[in-house]
Design a protein around this ligand. Structure first.
Ligand code: PMP
Length: 363
């Protein structure tokens, strides 16, 4: 071994001093820090996935279908909205989809804008491609003000606009008017990151409805959350077929392995069963909002499978005290606030009891 550090390497100047994405992966009884789905894959779906994988193994000497045709058919059928396989793209997690978008439409001399606090990977993906990151702020209720959004997009002229709905870490959904107006304000790409769309409350619309006639609008989704398949790494996108052609220019050949394609297809064949846990998680989410409010905290109304809550005297200390009680939540670096994923009823109870005990001992 040598004692070389990163600063000794001929690293790109614009990467020096940056920190990688790093939500702690700790072995803790109650893990509610990365908005995973707490329900394991049901046994019969697991068996179906294993069979689908087994059907591929002998052919692993061959490269997979580069255009993942069957998977795109199934994703289009799942999304509905009149979408066809030509409107669909997929990659290893929606992080990779987002990264391909910025590779194709951003780059040196170009810029992307986001409305913070929002998903921490948007700026990391942006700067990773030497695209300039522009930060706009949400209002005090973590909403995006329509007029502000129009003004700043017109002024900054970004090549990519990131909108996130429901937003991570706040759980806030966007009104479609904001998406529509942001789109009209730019000649660039507008990405609506809908990783948590399936957890939206009744009446909260998806930007998928806006796709017809808007070739620069992209809606990204994932199987990591509602489908309980974070470990399989499958994210996807709906957009105009011309956008899909653009993404083909930057994707690595055969980026979706035959095993990934087979697992995702088998999962989509059992979509109803996999999505069964969504309602239970929404119930736990609503319970968290209710009970945290009763504890005197500020729980932000959520359309996701997590809740952002504030009113904490010392959020770092609260995070540590919860961890000491075997409950892992997320500190996204906003003083006074923490984020917790809705878990099973038992996990949620453990979190709520631990937090009540922590607040009690601090008072
Ligand atoms: N978008 C948002 C808003 C997210 O919160 C996440 C995961 N935390 C992702 C995208 C990426 O998810 P994945 O790569 O697992 O699809």
């Amino acid at each position: 071994m040598t004692d070389v550090t990163i600063s000794d390497l001929p690293l790109r100047e614009d990467l020096r001093g940056r920190t990688p994405y790093g939500a702690p992966q700790l072995d803790v009884a109650v893990r509610l820090n990365t908005n995973e789905n707490s329900f394991p894959v049901p046994e019969d779906v697991a068996v179906a996935i294993v069979q689908a994988l087994a059907g591929q193994v002998r052919d692993l000497n061959r490269y997979p279908d580069r255009d993942f045709t069957v998977l795109r058919e199934k994703l289009a059928a799942y999304l509905g909205h009149g979408l066809t396989p030509e409107h669909i793209w997929a990659a290893n997690g929606s992080n990779e989809v987002l990264s391909q978008i910025v590779q194709a439409f951003g780059g040196p001399g170009r810029s992307a804008i986001g409305f913070t606090p929002s998903y921490s990977m948007h700026p990391i993906i942006t700067t990773g491609t030497s695209t300039t990151w522009i930060e706009a702020r949400r209002d005090d209720d973590f909403r995006i003000d329509r007029d502000d959004a129009v003004r700043i997009v017109r002024e900054k002229r970004p090549d990519v606009v990131f909108l996130c709905s429901p937003n991570n870490p706040t759980g806030t959904a966007l009104e479609l008017d904001v998406v529509r107006d942001a789109y009209e304000s730019t000649d660039g790409i507008v990405v609506v990151d809908e990783a948590y769309a399936e957890f939206a409350r009744a009446g909260t619309p998806s930007a998928l409805t806006l796709l017809p006639g808007r070739p620069r609008l992209l809606v990204s989704r994932t199987m990591s959350k509602a489908f309980a398949l974070a470990g399989a790494r499958l994210g996807y996108l709906a957009a105009d077929p011309a956008v899909i052609d653009a993404l083909r220019l930057v994707r690595l050949p055969y980026h979706l392995s035959a095993l990934t394609q087979a697992a995702a297809c088998a999962a989509l064949d059992h979509a109803d069963e996999l999505l069964d846990g969504v309602e239970a998680l929404k119930d736990q989410r609503d319970r968290i909002v209710r009970e945290l409010t009763e504890l005197g905290l500020r729980a932000v109304p959520s359309d996701s499978n997590f809740v952002f809550f504030g009113g904490l005297h010392d959020s770092e200390a609260t995070w540590q005290a919860l961890l000491d009680r075997d409950v892992l939540v997320r500190d996204v670096g906003i003083p006074g606030y923490l984020r917790v994923s809705a878990g099973t009823e038992a996990e949620t109870t453990s979190f709520l009891q631990a937090l009540a005990a922590v607040l009690h001992s601090a008072s």
